[in-house]
Design a protein around this ligand. Structure first.
Ligand SMILES: *Cc1c(COP(=O)(O)O)cnc(C)c1O
Length: 396
């Protein structure tokens, strides 16, 4: 048995078997590359699920973690800590928002936003509590987010679901209009549906939703857990669509590898007050120090703009693959969030060959693969990675 096979056998013995993994045991990462337990090297187009926005082991993030670990880790939110305040200031000064709250994950960020929506409805909309979300969305794995997520296969095993969610087709403003009642408090959408297969809405979709929410007094809440922090080519996805949400959630790319989430709100929508929300670990000194260092670097070095340029390069290369392989029927993407679609359900076979060729990819659908590499990836690394993918596709 190889070292990787030994680790996989132990995982299968001891770990909850809830996530189907690809048979790669990653032990080290540097930039856009990782190495497995047997020393094999891969180009990483998964990046911890759009988390490692500055690549693996970026020195700025590593240094912040090391220094903070030697200084202070956890105090509880009963006290003030400096990295938390610094990160809050950095995010607020670079977004359209006025207030931020830190949690530990995307699901927690959305939980906070959903609690905020309920308080908002109580205070400003006669007790309205419903949140309109989209089919094919993904908002996380907690019970509230399972109810919010418009995909039956995440919900069926967990009924009865938390009430108060209405699902409509994505990219259809009239559907939101028709679903709005006096019970509606908020609309919650991803700017681009990530887990749903990289579904990009029409240019004016969010603008029209914004106008409807303004007219009706509803909160527009954007789940930017995947699209935020530069992924789409702007620091936040809403900037790509010329709108300002009332509430926004972040996680994945915010931590550069450490677990952190956040919900942000404009002052006028910030319906939560003392006693309404809290967290033991949320916004602790370690995670906020890492997030601050990474975000400062990201902004100062205009990494979102690099992501936009690399995204265009990636799309061009993917379209070249499409003209070479007839079973590759679709290419779509925005910034460094992209997907290719196959004419049949061959994702598992493609991933097996891709791993052998030395590229890590995400199987987002039985017939689609998602690309979300580090935002710092170079054109040469994209070319090398897609060369490896071409090798893999050649074996299908
Ligand atoms: C990943 C994701 C979540 C859930 O984040 P977790 O950190 O896994 O809880 C929520 N919303 C979107 C859009 C996501 O991509």
């Amino acid at each position: 048995m190889s070292k990787s096979e030994e680790w996989i056998a132990l995982e299968q013995k001891y770990y909850a078997q809830t996530v189907r993994r690809q048979p790669v045991v990653i032990v080290r990462g540097q930039g856009s590359r990782v190495w497995d337990a047997d020393g094999k090297e891969y180009l990483d187009f998964v990046a911890g699920w759009a988390v490692d926005n500055l690549g693996h082991s970026h020195p700025v993030v590593t240094q912040a973690i090391v220094e903070q670990a030697a200084t202070l880790l956890q105090t509880s939110n009963q006290f003030y800590t400096v990295p938390q305040i610094m990160l809050a200031q950095l995010l607020i000064e670079n977004s359209c928002m006025d207030r931020v709250f830190f949690g530990n994950s995307g699901a927690e960020a959305n939980e906070g936003a959903l609690k905020l929506a309920r308080r908002y409805g109580k205070l400003h909309r006669n007790g309205a509590f419903e949140v309109i979300t989209a089919f094919n969305s993904f908002h996380g794995r907690t019970l509230a987010n399972v109810a919010a997520t418009g995909q039956p296969h995440y919900q069926e095993g967990f009924v009865p679901l938390l009430p108060g969610f209405v699902h409509v087709e994505f990219n259809d403003v009239e559907a939101i209009m028709n679903a709005t009642t006096d019970k509606t408090a908020a609309v919650l959408l991803e700017p681009v549906q990530g887990e749903g297969g990289v579904v990009i809405p029409d240019e004016d979709y969010l603008k029209r939703v914004r106008a409807w929410c303004d007219q009706q007094g509803l909160l527009l809440m954007l789940d930017e857990v995947q699209t935020g922090m530069g992924r789409l080519g702007s620091l936040f996805g809403y900037q790509e669509y010329g709108v300002e949400p009332d509430v926004m959630t972040l996680a994945k790319g915010l931590g550069y590898g450490v677990p952190i989430g956040a919900f942000l709100s404009k002052q006028a929508s910030m319906a939560l007050t003392f006693g309404d929300h809290g967290s033991t670990f949320g916004g602790n000194a370690l995670t906020t120090a890492a997030a601050y260092a990474g975000t400062k670097f990201l902004i100062e070095n205009n990494i979102p703009d690099h992501a936009r340029q690399m995204g265009e390069h990636l799309l061009m290369r993917l379209n070249e693959l499409k003209s070479r392989f007839s079973f590759l029927t679709g290419v779509r993407g925005k910034g460094l969030l992209a997907a290719i679609e196959f004419e049949s359900n061959i994702t598992p076979q493609v991933l097996t060959h891709a791993n052998q060729a030395g590229i890590l990819l995400n199987g987002v659908r039985p017939n689609a693969i998602r690309f979300m590499p580090p935002l710092t990836i170079t054109a040469a690394e994209i070319d090398e990675g897609l060369g490896r993918l071409a090798q893999a596709l050649g074996k299908i």
